[in-house]
Design a protein. Structure first.
Length: 145
C-alpha cells in the first residue's frame, strides 16, 4: 500500500467520506513484523468499505504513534475525527463511523450510535476548513466527542 491518492478514492471523497489509515503504525509490534498492524487495518478498512462509496486512503503517518494504529474520518464540510488504539477488528467500526458522519446534518459525528472503538479511541476532532463561526455546530466542548 502507498499513501498516493488514487482517482477512485479522490472521487468518492468529493461526495462522501474518506477514511485515512496510517500504514506505518506498529503499535508495539516487533519492527520485523510485516505488514505493520496499520497496513493490515488499512486493507481491512478498504475491504469493509467496498461498495459503500467511502474512500479509504492509506497515509504514512498520522503522528499518533503512542496510541496507534490510527485512522481519521473526514467528510466535506464536517469535522475530521482522529482515532487511535485501533486494530484490524475496528475496520467495520471505521466504515460505520464514516456513514454516520456523512449523514450528520451538523457535521458532527453523533455519540449515540457511534461504534464503541470510536468512542474509546477518540484522539481529536478538527474543525472543517470552512469553519469560522464562533458558536456554530460543535463550537462548545461537550466532553462527549
Amino acid at each position: 500500500m502507498t499513501d498516493q491518492p488514487n482517482t477512485v478514492a479522490s472521487a468518492a471523497a468529493l461526495n462522501g467520506a474518506t477514511i485515512f489509515v496510517c500504514i506505518t503504525c506498529r503499535a508495539g509490534a516487533e519492527p520485523a513484523v510485516e505488514p505493520p498492524p496499520g497496513a493490515r487495518l488499512a486493507a481491512a478498512a478498504a475491504e469493509a468499505a467496498h461498495g459503500t462509496g467511502i474512500a479509504v486512503q492509506p497515509v504514512r503517518c498520522l503522528a499518533n504513534c503512542t496510541r496507534g494504529p490510527s485512522a481519521a474520518i473526514r467528510c466535506s464540510h464536517s469535522w475530521t475525527y482522529v482515532f487511535g488504539g485501533l486494530d484490524i477488528a475496528c475496520a467495520g467500526a471505521l466504515v460505520a463511523g464514516a456513514c454516520l458522519l456523512m449523514e450528520a446534518k451538523d457535521g458532527l459525528l453523533p455519540w449515540r450510535g457511534r461504534p464503541e472503538p470510536l468512542k474509546r479511541g477518540l484522539i481529536a476532532r478538527v474543525p472543517p476548513l470552512d469553519f469560522h463561526r464562533a458558536g456554530g455546530p460543535g463550537f462548545a466542548c461537550s466532553g462527549d466527542g
